[in-house]
Design a protein around this ligand. Structure first.
Ligand code: LMR
Length: 346
């Protein structure tokens, strides 16, 4: 009896000593690995920073892209997605990309006029009738000119992803005819052209980063805004607004951009895998956005918080009349050829 107690104590003492000096079971599941083996650190990491939520076209595209890259590269490229501006806001992400702090961003077109004013072309009101119209511009001369403007600044546009058409929303009053906009202030993205667009309607503007919009609407810094339905819904913006007009007056899309030096440093094989993933994602997301818009509009409808108005053809014609002078006003800034490509407001 005494012998077995002694043996038991001896084993317990041994286990205790082993635990103290580091031989513990791995409760977190991260078993120690051989850090020095060849190839362990060869995995390429791409930090992808953006400003919207997961349940938006860009958020979904980011997740789809990350998964596609994992499959195509056999897990040798990892896409780390940082949504909701947790890493960078639209104000800092371009510089962070240029400095190589991150490798990939997808800002909306309106954020890129700081690089080159040719990007205003995508902000022109009523320039595009539908997604097909946008696609043919981006796949042709317009897209090439925009991509070249980034290339000159050390960045490569690898894809254009859709979000959709912008609608108007306000807490102050219905927005049907241009005069309804008077004495209202609208949140805009950082674009002088968007400022001019609202001025043409007699409204004031205030530039606010996307992730600060809700608070500013709630506090009344802005009376309303223009944005896509998915952005309005995913940030709950409709909860602090009362009147929405389905106007489809402008387009919001994204340039998917990588740091040029980083891209050039990749092997041809990795570039091809990424290129394939960009193509697949673009095809996937551009097909999905219209259905998403419809689904999310029904969320606003069901909430009963917002009166939704569909712009009539007659009302639309009045808006178009107000916007026409912008085409002459911005022709020099954007360039005559580019402007000719998109024509006038339709
Ligand atoms: C906005 O600021 O409204 C948009 O650029 C946000 C986004 O990236 O869709």
């Amino acid at each position: 009896m005494r012998t077995s107690i002694g043996v038991g104590l001896f084993i317990l003492f041994g286990l205790f000593t082993a635990f103290i000096i580091g031989f513990r079971p791995d409760f977190n599941g991260s078993l120690p690995i051989d850090e020095e083996q060849e190839g362990l650190t060869d995995r390429i990491v791409i930090k992808f920073s953006h400003v919207v939520a997961g349940d938006t076209p860009k958020g979904l595209a980011a997740a789809y892209f990350a998964e596609r890259v994992r499959e195509l590269s056999g897990d040798s490229i990892e896409i780390q997605v940082f949504p909701n501006a947790i890493l960078h806001t639209e104000k800092t992400e371009i510089a962070a990309l240029q400095h190589g702090e991150i490798q990939m961003i997808a800002p909306s077109f309106s954020n890129l006029n700081v690089i080159d004013p040719v990007w205003y072309v995508m902000d022109m009101p009523f320039a595009f009738r539908d997604q097909k119209d946008v696609d043919s511009a981006l796949q042709g001369y317009v897209g090439r000119t925009l991509s070249e403007s980034l290339h000159r600044h050390g960045m490569e546009a690898v894809a254009f992803w859709a979000n959709g058409f912008k609608q108007m929303i306000s807490s102050k009053g219905p927005l049907r005819v241009p005069d309804d906009f008077q004495n209202q202030t609208f949140r805009i993205q950082p674009s002088q052209l968007l400022e001019s667009q609202f001025q043409a309607l007699g409204a004031g503007t205030v530039r606010i980063p996307f992730n600060e919009v809700y608070g500013n609407l709630a506090r009344g810094t802005a009376d309303g805004l223009e944005n896509t339905i998915s952005n309005i819904v995913s940030k709950g913006l409709y909860r602090v607004q009362k009147y929405m007009t389905i106007s489809n007056h402008g387009y919001l899309g994204y340039a998917v951009i990588v740091n040029g030096q980083f891209w050039d440093g990749l092997s041809e094989e990795h570039q091809q895998q990424l290129q394939q993933a960009f193509e697949d994602t673009t095809e996937w997301i551009n097909r999905k956005t219209a259905a998403m818009d419809e689904r999310q509009l029904s969320i606003v409808e069901k909430s009963g918080r917002v009166a939704i108005h569909y712009l009539t053809e007659e009302e639309r014609a009045l808006w178009v009349e107000r916007f026409k002078p912008l085409y002459a006003q911005y022709e020099k800034t954007i360039g005559r050829e580019l402007m000719a490509e998109i024509g006038g407001p339709e």
